[in-house]
Design a protein around this ligand. Structure first.
Ligand code: G3I
Length: 320
């Protein structure tokens, strides 16, 4: 019978996974429905490089090996992110050049390790501030200068000539200033021959926004630049206003309609610009949103018992 990955025959259908949940019904569902996986936390610097002279690739290797064993694509997320910066990096005592050399060594070590196994990397995640469109004043920017993103992209390319380099961020559809700033940065990279292959819209959205037309308009800007599009962290809040305590039929159908719109937009882009549409988790009961917003929500395609929801069928309908 029909599955997500069988229906989406021109792009990867991805899911965020955790290294301790690759067995049982997780394993069965991943192998049946998905063609790409992203580590929810295991491939971030605070996990892989916990101190200046130690690497811990155990959790990341578990996910990459699972992808290799099962013929599932692995998207790397994410080398540099202000929210997963280890304390030792924040407190780095060396010179700016020594900091840059340390970042180059980290990126080179990781990208080399997973060369030929990880297809793509969110090299720098969420570098642009909400609202202002300015670069966040992260430790990387402070130590390596405004051009730190381009430098990291070049470190990745030097380590692996084939890996896809993505810029990944959130709220790019509803925050026009941020969206414009990202595309100005992308255009600057293109003009300077800084390697970049794609843009990731995280797509942490709600059942009732953003409008399909706005998703389409923003997506067109990636396609216009002939870059690959990754909808990289899709979840669709059914309870953004915290007004329900269980998923009502009405709200579930609204969520289904929004998932269908997102999939329609993604499926309609040229095949050359497709990469993956990734959902940020398998089961509603394990969504990051519950901790983040401190309220119950049901944002994914499967419920807490691995049952397909209306949203799952909305995904399939979006491909018809
Ligand atoms: O670190 C422990 C680990 O030692 C333990 O074995 C494991 C077992 O459960 O849990 C780990 O704990 C937490 C992990 O989530 C699993 O729940 C980490 O402390 C915690 O930091 C981690 O949070 C993740 C967060 O990124 C930070 O990495 C969330 O799961 C994940 O959903 C969230 O995802 C981010 C994207 O990377 C970027 N876009 C926004 C998105 C939501 O914040």
């Amino acid at each position: 019978d029909q599955t997500l990955k069988k229906a989406a025959d021109t792009f990867f259908v991805g899911v965020a996974v955790q290294s301790g949940k690759l067995n049982g019904q997780y394993d069965e569902t991943y192998r049946k429905e998905f063609s790409s996986i992203t580590a929810e936390w295991e491939m971030k610097m605070n996990v892989m490089h916990p101190s200046v002279d130690t690497y811990d690739f155990g959790p990341a290797d578990a996910i990459v090996n699972y992808g290799q064993t099962n013929g599932i694509n692995v998207h790397g997320h994410s080398l540099i992110w202000h929210n997963s910066t280890p304390d030792w990096v924040k407190n780095f005592a060396g010179t700016d050049q020594e900091f840059e050399d340390m970042i180059e060594e980290y990126i080179t070590t990781v990208v080399t390790r997973y060369k030929g196994k990880v297809t793509s990397w969110d090299v720098v995640n969420e570098a642009v501030e909400d609202g202002s469109g300015n670069l966040r004043n992260s430790i990387y920017r402070q130590k390596m200068g405004d051009d730190y993103i381009a430098k990291c992209y070049q470190f990745v390319r030097a380590a692996d000539p084939d890996v896809l380099i993505f810029y990944n961020d959130y709220s790019m559809i509803i925050d026009q200033t941020k969206q414009d700033a990202v595309f100005a940065m992308v255009d600057d990279f293109i003009a300077r021959n800084i390697p970049i292959d794609g843009v990731g819209f995280q797509m942490h959205i709600s059942h009732d926004y953003p409008a399909k037309a706005d998703i389409q308009k923003a997506t067109d800007r990636i396609v216009e630049r002939n870059l690959k599009v990754h909808f990289s962290e899709l979840d669709v809040r059914a309870n953004p206003n915290k007004d329900i305590t269980s998923l009502t039929a009405e709200r579930s159908l609204s969520q289904k309609a929004k998932v269908k719109e997102v999939v329609q937009v993604y499926n309609s882009i040229p095949n050359d610009n497709k990469y993956a549409l990734t959902v940020w988790g398998l089961k509603d009961s394990e969504t990051w949103l519950t901790d983040f917003y401190g309220y119950v929500d049901w944002p994914l395609l499967f419920d807490g018992n691995y049952n397909k929801k209306d949203a799952y069928y909305g995904f399939l309908e979006g491909l018809q």
